[in-house]
Design a protein around this ligand. Structure first.
Ligand code: HEC
Ligand code: HEC
Ligand code: HEC
Ligand code: HEC
Ligand code: HEC
Ligand code: HEC
Length: 307
């Protein structure tokens, strides 16, 4: 009898507080009800120890669920792995569970390891980094951000109308990134829509050049690889479906080259040797820094151009 009562009580709580209601935005991010208790999971009205009335700093807060030792989310962004049973139990959200295989590498890369290897470059997320390449300045130069970089510089923990709860305002720039898999989350297969490069352009505006050789007029005396164009050029094979020597690169909207075709947004474990090892390119923080590139050295170039 006691047991039945307990089960009924738990069921009542789940229904009354909507704990088990998965929102389209994923996990505890958005879809809040008028009488929600979710705010208290992250905020305290009077006894917060961090800005924005947070109980812990943003980085630690996100990692308490999404980190290697977290248990509140299946997406382990430290190791770049989808672990399908981590948020099982009462209040389980289970986004992606049906579509993403256990132990699949995550689309964003990893902050500590990726595909089982230690990362060689990452985007900083501890709030200390305040300068970004080409942010209101030329490519190869550093410009000040609106605020120190955290997970919340790119994602809105309260949900958003953009893909992967990407902020509607990043570094003071309004952006729209089309939602593509809200109904059936898949953290293992790229399927990006319109506006994918605009996230990156919000902090690295000078790198977003969308017409051939625009560099010569917009950034005096320098050139940059075009983005947001179809992959076809001099008979390039489709890098996503055909690839080269078994390597592939993802496209947006089936044929469009975007920043993330070449770069991962979280962190990469690509290896840099020879010219790319310690060449002193802008952005390199160490001799092995991989500039968030998806493949070793300049493997990305060959997937498309096959020279
Ligand atoms: C998963 C954790 C989490 C939950 C749940 C959450 N917040 Fe937040 N909230 C944050 C973080 C992190 C920031 C700081 C964002 C930043 O640094 O830009 C923030 C910032 C805010 C801000 C100030 C910035 C803004 O967006 O206006 C308000 C107001 C706010 N939260 C209200 C709420 C309310 C109300 C709820 C409940 C409905 C809630 N939050 C639930 C994590 C959370
Ligand atoms: C520079 C912007 C940026 C920062 C900073 C960032 N993310 Fe992401 N994140 C992205 C993008 C873009 C995607 C979508 C990747 C894709 O679908 O190809 C993503 C995807 C995700 C996903 C879905 C799983 C995956 O890897 O695809 C989770 C969960 C996530 N991020 C959490 C975090 C957390 C937690 C932090 C801080 C530790 C963080 N992100 C910092 C841009 C960022
Ligand atoms: C209480 C646990 C918890 C906390 C704290 C938390 N998340 Fe999540 N988050 C989840 C769950 C659960 C999901 C659903 C996917 C999964 O199981 O990993 C999710 C999904 C996401 C996604 C993917 C959204 C999508 O559209 O699929 C992103 C991005 C993300 N979280 C970012 C963050 C960031 C940034 C923070 C810190 C501000 C944060 N999360 C804090 C539990 C949490
Ligand atoms: C909120 C601002 C912000 C956004 C959005 C952003 N970046 Fe960055 N990016 C930075 C900062 C700051 C650095 C300096 C390195 C660091 O994070 O410590 C950086 C560094 C880089 C680097 C050099 C990394 C290295 O170690 O050499 C690359 C490549 C890069 N970003 C690409 C991207 C791409 C691609 C996107 C879109 C998915 C993106 N960035 C979105 C702020 C941003
Ligand atoms: C065709 C592949 C490719 C695309 C597309 C691409 N990048 Fe890069 N990116 C690279 C390579 C390769 C490097 C390493 C440095 C180099 O070779 O110039 C790099 C380096 C960077 C750096 C580090 C600073 C530097 O100049 O070395 C930033 C920041 C960056 N890219 C941002 C972006 C942004 C933002 C976009 C989209 C607007 C983008 N990239 C699109 C290949 C690409
Ligand atoms: C995802 C496919 C893809 C990748 C990866 C890629 N390219 Fe390209 N590249 C293109 C396309 C498409 C064009 C034609 C752009 C246009 O329409 O002007 C192009 C143009 C060029 C051009 C001619 C530029 C001009 O201004 O006329 C050069 C040189 C080049 N790429 C070199 C590289 C190098 C070096 C790398 C590696 C860092 C690289 N590409 C990676 C697709 C790619």
């Amino acid at each position: 009898m006691k047991r039945v009562f307990l089960i009924l009580l738990v069921l009542f709580c789940l229904i009354a507080f909507g704990v088990n209601m998965a929102s389209a935005n994923g996990g505890p991010h958005g879809g809040f009800t008028p009488m929600t208790d979710a705010c208290a999971g992250c905020h305290r009205a009077h006894t917060a120890t961090n800005p924005n009335l947070l109980m812990v700093n943003t980085d630690d807060l996100c990692m308490s669920c999404h980190g290697a030792t977290g248990s509140g989310a299946n997406t382990n962004v430290d190791d770049g792995l989808y672990l399908s049973s981590r948020d099982d139990g009462a209040g389980d959200f289970d986004e992606g569970a049906a579509n993403t295989p256990d132990n699949a590498p995550l689309l964003g890369g990893g902050f500590v390891n990726y595909q089982g290897t230690a990362v060689t470059s990452v985007h900083s997320i501890d709030g200390s980094e305040t300068l970004a390449w080409g942010n209101g300045v030329n490519r190869g130069e550093l410009g000040a951000l609106a605020e120190g970089m955290t997970c919340a510089s790119c994602h809105d923990p309260h949900g958003s109308s953009n893909y992967r709860i990407i902020n509607e305002m990043v570094n003071g720039v309004a952006i729209t990134v089309a939602q593509v898999d809200e109904a059936n989350k898949d953290y293992d297969t790229e399927q990006w829509g319109a506006g994918t490069s605009d996230l990156c352009a919000a902090c690295h505006g000078a790198y977003h050049r969308t017409a051939a050789n625009q560099g010569s007029t917009l950034d005096a005396g320098t050139y940059t690889h075009r983005v947001d164009m179809p992959y076809s050029y001099h008979g390039n094979d489709n890098p996503e479906t055909v690839g080269y020597a078994g390597y592939h690169l993802p496209l947006a909207e089936t044929n469009t080259v975007v920043c993330m075709t070449c770069h991962l947004p979280h962190g990469s474990s690509a290896a840099m040797t020879g010219i790319t090892d310690g060449a002193g390119l802008p952005g390199e923080t160490s001799a092995t820094d991989s500039a968030l590139l998806r493949l070793d050295n300049r493997g990305i170039c060959e997937v498309c151009h096959q020279k």
